[in-house]
Design a protein around this ligand. Structure first.
Ligand SMILES: C[S@@+](CC[C@H](N)C(=O)[O-])C[C@H]1O[C@@H](n2cnc3c(N)ncnc32)[C@H](O)[C@@H]1O
Length: 160
């Protein structure tokens, strides 16, 4: 039984997205999904993205590099657009979608070999375990949040 994170509560209070959440959460090809909405996980999913969604102006396009299932797209459903980027692995075979979201199914490296981010955008790269990918986001995105503050200390990412 999952505890209720603020992201989980917000999605459950919205009938349309509640149904879609359950489709994604129960998809047999998706796995390891709980950290995205687990309130004891201090780094993935909930609070970081929630706070960013309040700070970033609504007229910005959001690029979420290493978005996993993208449940956090919910926080950005009123922004100009949400672009989720994640490799076409099992992990994101059935990601969460909002009306303003689009997905690039590939690595951050491949994304930047084909595209630049739009003007007036904001990039997020949260807890992506790839130094090269983080460096590319910093290089290509004038406005970005790149965070992996507990890298190397897996025990630090869950509340005791
Ligand atoms: C720990 S999860 C973090 C998910 C999300 N950013 C969050 O904070 O909840 C790491 C994600 O990064 C993705 N990832 C790892 N290396 C990547 C790369 N080079 N390009 C794109 N995504 C990558 C993984 O597939 C996974 O979905």
């Amino acid at each position: 039984m999952m505890e209720e994170s603020s992201l989980y509560k917000a999605i459950m209070s919205d009938p349309y997205y509640c149904q879609h959440f359950n489709e994604v959460y129960n998809d047999e090809n998706n796995w390891g999904i709980s950290a995205d909405v687990d309130p004891s996980c201090l780094v993935c999913g909930g609070n970081t993205y929630e706070l960013l969604s309040k700070i970033i102006p609504k007229n910005r396009v959001i690029y979420d590099f290493g978005a996993a299932y993208g449940f956090q797209a919910y926080w950005f459903k009123d922004h100009k657009r949400y672009v989720g980027i994640n490799p076409p692995s099992k992990l994101a075979s059935m990601p969460f979608r909002t009306e303003n979201s689009i997905w690039f199914f590939g690595t951050i490296q491949v994304f930047f070999s084909q595209f630049e981010v739009e003007d007036d955008s904001f990039a997020i790269c949260n807890y992506v375990p790839d130094n090269e990918a983080e460096a590319l986001v910093r290089l290509h995105c004038p406005h970005c949040f790149v965070n992996y503050v507990t890298r190397g200390d897996c025990t630090a990412i869950f509340e005791k």
